[in-house]
Design a binder for this molecule. Structure first.
Ligand SMILES: *[C@@H]1O[C@H](CO)[C@@H](O)[C@H](O)[C@H]1NC(C)=O
Length: 189
């Protein structure tokens, strides 16, 4: 009988460990299963499992924040590419347009994050705010693919084209996943 408290403590610690390790991953896995790029979705969100827990709002917020951060660093990369020597006018023009599109995308994603916060405020219209989030994330996705399309032609420098397109594909996939998590959140509310 003397060992009962110890046993209870051990059981408590084990279940706490289980809750912080196994469950969030299952939650993330099942939420990601309906996205277009489930493997990428699980990979990118698993690092935040302890923050996300099983909270659908936190899941969406993390997905959007991650998308915004990656888009911001791609924006910086595109700006640096504009300084490359020996760019053809056509390449420079494509980089310039891409810079603007990606800036718009960053703006829309940061507005979406602010708008998402409104969804949890009592007395605020959830449906209205979440539909704004859906609209802006969806426009951000369009901006990103417009940028990629600008680099589709054969006239483009192979190296620049390859590195820009690879980054754009990655952020477009991350954005698409975030959008489907937003849609899921809206539908389940
Ligand atoms: C995105 O960047 C901000 C600011 O640097 C940081 O606070 C936040 O945790 C990052 N989000 C993710 C999901 O890593």
């Amino acid at each position: 009988m003397a060992n009962t408290p110890l046993l209870l403590t051990t059981l408590f610690l084990l279940s706490a460990l289980y809750l912080t390790t196994a469950n969030p991953t299952n939650f993330i896995k099942s939420s990601c299963s309906t996205t277009q790029y489930p493997t990428l979705c699980v990979e990118s969100l698993s690092a935040y499992a302890t923050t996300i827990q099983q909270d659908p709002h936190q899941l969406v917020q993390t997905a959007l924040s991650l998308t915004l951060n990656r888009t911001q660093s791609t924006k910086a990369f595109v700006s640096r590419c504009k300084n490359f020597r020996g760019l053809k006018p056509k390449e420079y023009a494509a980089l310039h347009d891409c810079s603007e599109e990606i800036s718009d995308s960053v703006d829309r994603l940061s507005r979406s994050l602010k708008e998402l916060k409104m969804c949890t405020i009592k007395g605020e219209d959830f449906t209205w705010h979440i539909s704004n989030v859906e609209t802006w994330v969806s426009s951000a996705l369009t901006d990103e693919s417009t940028c990629s399309d600008g680099f589709a032609g054969n006239a483009m420098n192979g190296k620049i084209k390859t590195s820009i397109r690879a980054r754009m594909v990655n952020i477009a996939q991350v954005t698409s996943n975030a959008l489907s998590l937003v849609n899921q959140y809206a539908a389940n509310h």
